[in-house]
Design a protein around this ligand. Structure first.
Ligand code: NBP
Length: 479
């Protein structure tokens, strides 16, 4: 067979099929392969005319059709399926060839796979692809991990098919081994927080503000003209405005209120704990989904006493809606700040040099959290690459300062009314925790030393100490 394909895609499910078409539409000759051959034939039958495809029936034929160094993209389910595909293809490859894993792999798996394949001379490029089905076809946001050498070989092709904002591709070399999948995981964690914050805003507008879903859709459309301008706000308005064809009721009222989570949100929270990254808004968003999917617990709690919901006049409701916008925006700044901090912590732990401005830049388009807001985060990290927090930047600080009264009113008002606002509350508590001069962590240290001799440090002199709590006079000794 003539080795003519510049890139190959194996795994022609929702994502793989669309990515293969995206490569072909950009003029690349694409080899296509799928475990179940009927999918390959279906792709050729339906879309074969869109560009140059080389359909391969089996792995050997697929590998033989690729020009050297071979660029082979795996788009199968993360986990054992990815390992199975790697095990199948690795023996067919030669040193210098490049395997790109575009699935949602856990970054620790990517680190393991990269090390194992590197030992065999094969480049492994763990790559986060965001944007779902539509993004894969028309331009996703692409977060590439792996060696600089591998990026030189695959970067130009991936950049060509990525989304573009202001002419710049939403694709970057994030860092070595698992860095691309780590950043994709953090993206999904931030996405969970953003979605939950928007959902809480809706809930407050509906159950405290007294607005209908259609009215809330209009409020979101207005917000989408301002600083909250984003894909998620845009689609939220669409979902809210949708009427169920069968019942004539708002679509939202016929959807079961138990949210799913596929794993990346969970991984973000698990990893954050391992790293000591306080991603509280992301964690609350993940737990809110988990709690919603607990039918027995919800039955046990349903109808228990809660708060009082005063009826609002139209002008009070309008003022309330304005306050919700402030609370949503301030909480969003905090959630994103937490996500960036976690990326910094991951980079420090795993030895990655990550350009934080570049991450914001590639999330401006293609991905689910794309938003005007990300351009400001990009600008903030461009001006100060070692920014510890977004609140160190003048404009974000001014906005958080301006939001103080409405943000607190909304969180307190939600509690008074008995309307759950876990992500809003977590974001505000995070802000208050970090700005405090003294934290009750001092008391926790005292408790830990009392029952477990865990020792403590003092504010007035260096060293580590233990108090002998059970002895008379409770003497303190250096530990
Ligand atoms: P699909 O479920 O649509 O397709 C799965 C593909 O994996 C099929 O081609 C299937 O082959 C193949 N596969 C499986 Br499953 N086990 C295999 C094995 N042991 N050996 C060989 N092939 C195997 O998934 P998708 O939605 O396209 O997702 C693919 C990857 O992209 C996942 O890691 C996902 O997390 C990630 N991702 C998805 C989205 C999204 O919005 N859907 C977004 C971003 C990332 P078969 O046809 O023979 O069963």
């Amino acid at each position: 067979m003539h080795s003519s394909a510049q890139i190959g895609v194996t795994g022609l499910g929702v994502m793989g099929r669309n990515l293969a078409r995206n490569f072909a539409r950009h003029g690349y000759a694409v080899a296509v392969h799928n475990r179940t051959e009927s999918r390959t034939r279906a792709l050729m039958d339906e879309y074969g005319g869109e560009g140059t495809f080389v359909a391969a029936a089996g792995p050997e034929e697929f590998v033989a059709s690729l020009e050297r160094p071979r660029r082979l993209m795996i788009m199968v389910n993360a986990g054992p399926a990815t390992d199975a595909v790697i095990d199948e293809f690795a023996p067919l490859l030669e040193p210098g060839d490049i395997m790109i894993d575009g699935g949602n792999a856990h970054f620790a798996d990517t680190r393991r796979r990269e090390a194992a394949l590197r030992a065999r001379g094969i480049h492994f490029v763990g790559t986060g692809v965001s944007g779902g089905e539509e993004g894969a076809l028309n331009g996703p946001s692409i977060m590439v991990g792996g060696s600089t050498e591998a990026y030189a070989a695959v970067g130009p092709i991936l950049e060509a098919v990525a989304a573009r904002v202001d002419g710049d591709p939403c694709c970057t070399h994030v860092g070595a081994d698992g860095a691309g999948h780590f950043v994709k995981m953090a993206h999904n964690g931030i996405e969970y927080a953003d979605m939950q914050l928007i959902a809480e805003a809706y809930d407050l507008l509906r159950h405290a503000g007294g607005y209908t879903p259609a009215e809330i859709a209009d409020i979101f459309r207005t917000w989408n003209q301002g600083r909250l301008d984003s894909y998620l706000i845009e689609i939220t308005a669409e979902v809210l405005a949708h009427t169920d064809a069968d019942t004539g009721r708002p679509f939202l009222d016929i959807v079961a209120d138990a949210a799913g989570q596929k794993g990346t949100g969970r991984w973000t929270v698990q990893t954050a704990l391992d790293l000591g990254s306080p991603v509280t808004a992301i964690a609350q968003a993940t737990f809110a989904r988990v709690a919603s999917a607990q039918p027995a617990l919800r039955t046990a709690y349903r109808g228990l006493s809660g708060g009082i919901v005063p009826e609002l006049s139209r002008s009070e409701a309008e003022r309330f809606a304005t306050q919700v916008e402030y609370a949503l925006y301030a909480s969003k700044i905090i959630a994103y700040d937490q996500g960036w901090k976690m990326i910094q912590d991951g980079a420090a732990e795993y030895g990655w040099t990550i350009d934080l401005a570049a991450i914001a830049a590639i999330w401006r388009g293609g991905c689910i959290i794309r938003a005007a807001f990300l351009d400001r985060i990009r600008a903030a990290y461009t001006a100060q690459p070692d920014l510890v927090s977004l609140l160190d930047e003048k404009e974000f600080l001014e906005e958080i300062t301006d939001a103080q009264v409405p943000w607190r009113e909304i969180v307190a008002g939600a509690a008074r009314r008995g309307i759950p606002a876990p992500a809003f509350s977590a974001a505000l508590a995070y802000y208050d925790t970090l700005r405090a001069a003294r934290l009750p962590a001092a008391l926790v240290q005292g408790q830990r030393d009392y029952f477990g001799a865990h020792t403590y440090q003092r504010t007035d002199r260096p060293g580590t100490f233990h108090t002998h709590w059970s002895e008379p006079g409770r003497p303190e000794t250096p530990a």
